[in-house]
Design a protein around this ligand. Structure first.
Ligand SMILES: NC(=O)C1=CN([C@@H]2O[C@H](COP(=O)(O)OP(=O)(O)OC[C@H]3O[C@@H](n4cnc5c(N)ncnc54)[C@H](O)[C@@H]3O)[C@@H](O)[C@H]2O)C=CC1
Ligand SMILES: O=C(O)[C@@H]1CCC=N1
Length: 285
């Protein structure tokens, strides 16, 4: 099976390398193209056999699955390039949340899926968010999920839930890393523990907590009950978090959704230039 990756920036490269590391894909079956070819050529150097093409059309030609790993505002240019090249048997996968499946189905005849990845896939873990277009058949879904499950846990979501699900699964690693950084800096400032030591302790704790919440079968509530012994110190800390955090997460969700709305308006203008409908604004969660 030939698989193409258009855009080999941060996420395109990460996906290629994760698929190679998992053994799901072999370099000989991968075609990659990028606006500045150097990035794709670096990948080819690291993974002999991986083919870098001079154009996106060349990468897509004959590929069974085509991952589009460019930023939202670069989609239209790529889609227009592919329009006369791809056919109804090929599967085009968008990895970006604001580009609506409908926008792609209107412009190209291929089967369309949206699979939103996460940086956690470079550790062969984390959830990938899967949304399938109207032309995707059960066997296409099986093929995609077989591939993506080599590097992640595929989870089907509704397209209207893309923003909030992606906030948690894809932006989440950055949010949690920020919290850990702040915690470690406060710990270092107030107690003198080394920042690096505090971060190592926190990282191991996050790894173990993730395992307990997944394979360990704990719910967040059970985990808190087990750790916060009556009359102990954890309960004191949870009371502080309780008084401060609920507002923080509401503001966070408002901020990401506001930015998403702005992206939808820009995309709407790009994909429907003259009359410019606003239907996409209704499509977010
Ligand atoms: N970084 C992350 O953790 C996640 C990113 N995403 C989504 O992935 C998409 C890509 O993000 P990154 O990889 O971080 O961005 P990036 O900027 O690192 O990579 C985008 C690549 O696309 C290339 N490109 C732009 N226009 C092109 C064209 N016409 N033809 C070929 N290549 C072209 C650029 O040269 C660049 O290498 C974004 O839409 C982002 O929302 C989704 C989930 C997680
Ligand atoms: O920051 C961003 O826009 C992308 C989307 C999900 C994770 N990173």
């Amino acid at each position: 099976m030939k698989v193409a990756f258009i855009g080999t920036g941060s996420m395109g490269s990460l996906l290629i390398e994760a698929f190679l590391r998992s053994g799901a894909l072999h370099p000989h079956y991968i075609c990659a193209s990028n606006r500045s070819p150097q990035k794709a050529e670096l990948l080819a150097k690291r993974h002999p056999g991986l083919r870098v093409t001079g154009s996106n059309a060349e990468a897509a030609n004959g590929s069974q699955i085509i991952f589009l790993c460019v930023k939202p505002l670069d989609y239209l240019a790529v889609i227009d390039e592919l329009a006369g090249i791809v056919d109804e048997r090929q599967i085009v996968v968008s990895i970006t949340s604001p580009v609506q499946i409908r926008m792609l189905e209107e412009r190209i005849p291929s089967k369309i899926a949206k699979i939103i990845p996460s940086i956690t896939h470079s550790a062969l873990s984390g959830a990938s968010l899967c949304i399938y277009g109207s032309r995707i058949l059960p066997e296409d879904r099986l093929l995609l999920e077989q591939l993506i499950s080599s590097i992640s846990i595929p989870m089907s979501i509704r397209e209207t839930e893309t923003r909030i699900a992606s906030d948690i699964a894809s932006c989440g690693p950055a949010f949690i890393a920020f919290i850990l950084q702040q915690w470690a800096e406060a710990a270092s400032r107030l107690t003198g523990i080394g920042r690096a030591e505090a971060i190592s302790l926190g990282a191991e704790m996050l790894y173990g907590t993730g395992k307990l919440l997944t394979e360990g079968g704990f719910t967040p509530e059970e985990l808190q009950r087990r750790v916060a012994v009556p009359g102990g110190v954890t309960a004191e800390g949870i009371a502080v978090l309780d008084s401060g955090l609920s507002r923080v997460f509401s503001s966070l969700i408002e901020a990401t959704h506001r930015k998403y709305d702005e992206d939808l308006v820009k995309l709407d203008g790009l994909f429907n230039p003259p009359s410019g409908g606003t239907a996409d604004r209704e499509e977010r969660a």
